[in-house]
Design a protein around this ligand. Sequence first.
Ligand code: PLP
Length: 375
Amino acid sequence: MTAPRLEIDLNKIHHNARTLVERLAERGISVTGVTKATLGSPNIAGALLSAGVSGLGDSRIENIESMRRAHVTASMSLIRSPMPSQAERVVAHADTSFNSELDVISKLSSAAKNAGRTHGVVLMVELGDLREGIMPGELENTVRETLRFPNIAFQGIGANLACWNGVAPDAKNMGELSALADSIDRTFGPIVSIVSGGNSANLEWALSGADTGRINNLRLGESILLGREPLRRQPIEGLYTDAFQLVAEVIESKVKPSKPWGTTGQNAFGEKPSVIDRGQITQTLLAIGRQDTDPSGLRPPPGIGILGASSDHLITDTSGARLPIGTEVPFQLNYSALVRAMSSPFVTQVVKGREWVKPGMTVPFEATSEIRAIR
Ligand SMILES: *Cc1c(COP(=O)(O)O)cnc(C)c1O
């Protein structure tokens, strides 16, 4: 089979999603399945939906549009603030978007009016990680303005932590989000139906037994797809960490000195690597590089160490083992490596497992073939 290829196990993704949906349901929290790392793959969307996620979320309208083209009929949220230039596309394909600017909501309102639709709005609140969000002191005013826009339905509030400054979700910031929901309801009547507490980094807090207050939704991507929590990147108990594997092929296998010789300058990437002389090593080259994935996010099998990567070559030390040319080596991926591999035109995707399609959701492929290349 061709390489490099990303092998995607839908059964493992389904299991991970189902497990998290069940654990969070006990805490009164629904799961929005975040599809951005999968570029809106309809197969993966089907696995998430049949596992019981309440809807899908993506940061890019292009991905939402491709799921719509594949007839995925779930409720979909655009989880990055819409670009004003895409307002028409957003109201046409997403049911809801996450917002922090009234200028954007105004554009969405006009676009929704022209399209004869109602668009849902969740307002994002800044809780300290300093990426997106309205400062808490300005929330009430923003809600008041949002409620005035025609064809806009205010649905609730949300927050996002641990993405930029690594601020962890905890009882204090989640308590603040709950208190804000209560305060809006006191001022405007019971209008806050969604309180979306955050992403995979919220799992530890949500499952710790702490009071989850008004938080009734989390948006989960990495934990479902990779089976790890993002604060310490530890495996989550009971989940698969190998639903995705990136397979690369050996193209050179030689015993070489570990120390370069000649006069050294910068390498192809403007770096000047310093190399310790470890004597002779078995150096193995794989045909995969920075154009295919984020090589620093690959986890090799035992016995293989990654020395570095250029655009097209992964340079490894195979601890004395001389891997035959053509050997296929499977790697696990972190989120960054996964996103890059999913987006690279050089990486073939191979989907394994059952086609998990929710009743009512039609996917225009022939069903249940065990392994099927989709690209
Ligand atoms: C990416 C993203 C998520 C999902 O994050 P994971 O860590 O993959 O669970 C949730 N919310 C927002 C706003 C995002 O951008």
